[in-house]
Design a protein around this ligand. Structure first.
Ligand code: AMP
Length: 424
C-alpha cells in the first residue's frame, strides 16, 4: 500500500509531463485567441455548492463525491467539476457588476469516486471554459468552436459533435409530464436509483448507465418536440452559427448530460478510438445556475474537456508529442580530483542559461561518456587532464562526434554559437 498510489490515481513522470505541458501550452494559447482569462479556483469547496449546482439527484452528488468534515466541522468536498466554482467566484468577486460576458477558463485536477478503467480515473484533469452573462447563441457556438479548434490544432481528427437542447424550466415542465407518464408505464425496467429519482428529476433517468434504463430511453419522448419558441429559436440560431464556421455536428435528442444545471444547449464531443470512454468534452448552457447559487438571474455557457482522455486520443491517433527536454551539455571528468572544477563549470553554464548536467557517480571517464550519450545531450564536456592545465576543456559534439579544445573563458560564447547553428 505504501508503494502504490491510491486506486484511480497515478503519477505523471517527466516523459509524460512533457506531453501535458504541451497540451497546457496549447490550451493557454487557444484561450488567449478566444479571449478567455484564467481562473484558478481552490481544489475544494463547501459541499453545499455542488449539491446545489450539480444537483442532488445526479450520479456525481449521489455516488461520486469525495466529501469529508474538516477539523472545524465544515462539510468540504474535493471539486468533482469546476463550473460550480467558477460561478461561485463570479459571485464572490462581483464580476456581474463589470462588462459581460465574463469569459474564464480553468485547468486542473477533479475528483470523482468513479469506477477506474482505461480513460477513467478518480483524480483526472479537466480544462474548461465558461462564458457568463449573455444569452447570445453565438457564444454557445463560440465555446464549441473553441473546443474543436483546440483539438484540430493538436492534430486530433474525426471528432464527433453531438448536440441537443433540453429547453428551459418553462418548456421542460410539459416535457417532464410526458416523460413521467412514459416512465411510470415502464417502471419494471428502471433501476432502484432511477425509481427514486423519477419524481425528483425524471430527466436524470435518461442519463443512467444501467442496462435496463438505457434500453428504455431509446423510445422515450424527446425534449426537442417540446421546446418553447424562445428555446427553439436559440437552438436554430446556434446551429446556423456552427454551420457558418464549418463545425459539423449531429443532433442527439436523447442526450441530457449528467449535471442538473443545464438549460437549452447541451453538447458532447467524442472520439471513437477511445473504446468505452469516448467522451472527450461535454458542456452546455446553464441559465439558472448563477441564480441557484444566490446571484442575480444570469445566463452562462461552457464546457469541460477531459485532458487525460484527450492525451490518450492524441497518442492513439499517432500524433507526435514532445518528449522531456534533454540537457544541452553533459559534463564529465578525467579524474575524481576534477570534480569541484566540473561542478563550478556546471553552475556557470546553468547561470548563463545553458541547460547542463554532470555525472555524479564518480565513475570512469568511459562510463561517464556513456551516461552523457544516454542523457541525449548535444555536447559532452571533458574536464581534466592536460586541457585543464592549459585552462581549457574538451568539447565533444555528440551528434557529429567531432571533438575540440576550447579555452574556458571562451566556452560560453562557443556553446551559444554552436547550439544556435545546430538548431538551424
Ligand atoms: P463532465 O464534467 O462529466 O461533463 O465531463 C467532462 C469530461 O471530463 C468528459 O467528457 C471526460 O473527458 C472527462 N471526465 C469525466 N469524468 C472523468 C473521469 N472519471 N476520468 C477521466 N476523465 C473524466
Amino acid at each position: 500500500m505504501l508503494t502504490t498510489a491510491p486506486r484511480g490515481t497515478r503519477d505523471i513522470l517527466p516523459e509524460e509531463a512533457a506531453k501535458w505541458r504541451y497540451l497546457e501550452d496549447n490550451i493557454r494559447e487557444c484561450c488567449r485567441l478566444y479571449g478567455y482569462g484564467e481562473l484558478r479556483p481552490p481544489l475544494f469547496e463547501h459541499t453545499e455548492l455542488f449539491q446545489r449546482s450539480v444537483g442532488e439527484a445526479t450520479d456525481i452528488v449521489e455516488k461520486e463525491m469525495y466529501t469529508f468534515e474538516d477539523r472545524g466541522g465544515r462539510s468540504i468536498t474535493l471539486r468533482p467539476e469546476a463550473t460550480a466554482s467558477t460561478v461561485r467566484a463570479y459571485l464572490e468577486h462581483n464580476l456581474y457588476a463589470g462588462p459581460q460576458p465574463v469569459k474564464l477558463y480553468y485547468m486542473g485536477p477533479m475528483f470523482r469516486y468513479d469506477r477506474p478503467q482505461a480513460g477513467r480515473y478518480r483524480q483526472f484533469s479537466q480544462f474548461g471554459v465558461e462564458a457568463i452573462g449573455v444569452q447570445d447563441p453565438a457564444i454557445d457556438a463560440e465555446v464549441i468552436a473553441l473546443a474543436l479548434d483546440l483539438c484540430m490544432h493538436l492534430g486530433l481528427k474525426d471528432l464527433a459533435v453531438e448536440l441537443n437542447s433540453i429547453g428551459c424550466p418553462t418548456c421542460r415542465k410539459e416535457y417532464r409530464q410526458a416523460l413521467l407518464m412514459y416512465l411510470s408505464e415502464h417502471k419494471d425496467k428502471l433501476c432502484q436509483t432511477c425509481l427514486g429519482r423519477m419524481e425528483r428529476n425524471p430527466l436524470r433517468v435518461l442519463d443512467c448507465k444501467e442496462e435496463g434504463c438505457r434500453t428504455l430511453t431509446t423510445a422515450v419522448p424527446q425534449m426537442l418536440q417540446y421546446l418553447c419558441t424562445e428555446c427553439a429559436e436559440h437552438f436554430q440560431a446556434l446551429q446556423r452559427c456552427l454551420e457558418a464556421v464549418g463545425a459539423r455536428y449531429t443532433l442527439n435528442p436523447a442526450m441530457v448530460r449528467g449535471l442538473d444545471y443545464y438549460t437549452k444547449t447541451v453538447f458532447e464531443i467524442t472520439w471513437s478510438g477511445l473504446g468505452a470512454q469516448t467522451a472527450i468534452c461535454g458542456g452546455g448552457r446553464y441559465d439558472g445556475l448563477v441564480e441557484e447559487c444566490g446571484g442575480p438571474p444570469t445566463p452562462g455557457v461552457g464546457f469541460a474537456m477531459g485532458l487525460d482522455r484527450l492525451l490518450l486520443a492524441l497518442e492513439q491517433s499517432g500524433v507526435t508529442l514532445p518528449t522531456a527536454s534533454k540537457p544541452a551539455v553533459y559534463i564529465t571528468t578525467v579524474s575524481k580530483d576534477d570534480n569541484q572544477e566540473a561542478f563550478t563549470l556546471l553552475t556557470t553554464l546553468r547561470r548563463a542559461g545553458i541547460s547542463a548536467d554532470k555525472d555524479y557517480r564518480q565513475a570512469s571517464l568511459r562510463a561517464q561518456l556513456k551516461a552523457a550519450n544516454r542523457s541525449g545531450c548535444h555536447f559532452a564536456i571533458i574536464v581534466g587532464g592536460e586541457e585543464l592545465e592549459r585552462g581549457a576543456v574538451a568539447v565533444r559534439n555528440m551528434i557529429s562526434g567531432e571533438q575540440k579544445e576550447v579555452k574556458q573563458e571562451q566556452l560560453i560564447e562557443v556553446l551559444y554559437e554552436s547550439l544556435k547553428e545546430d538548431a538551424r
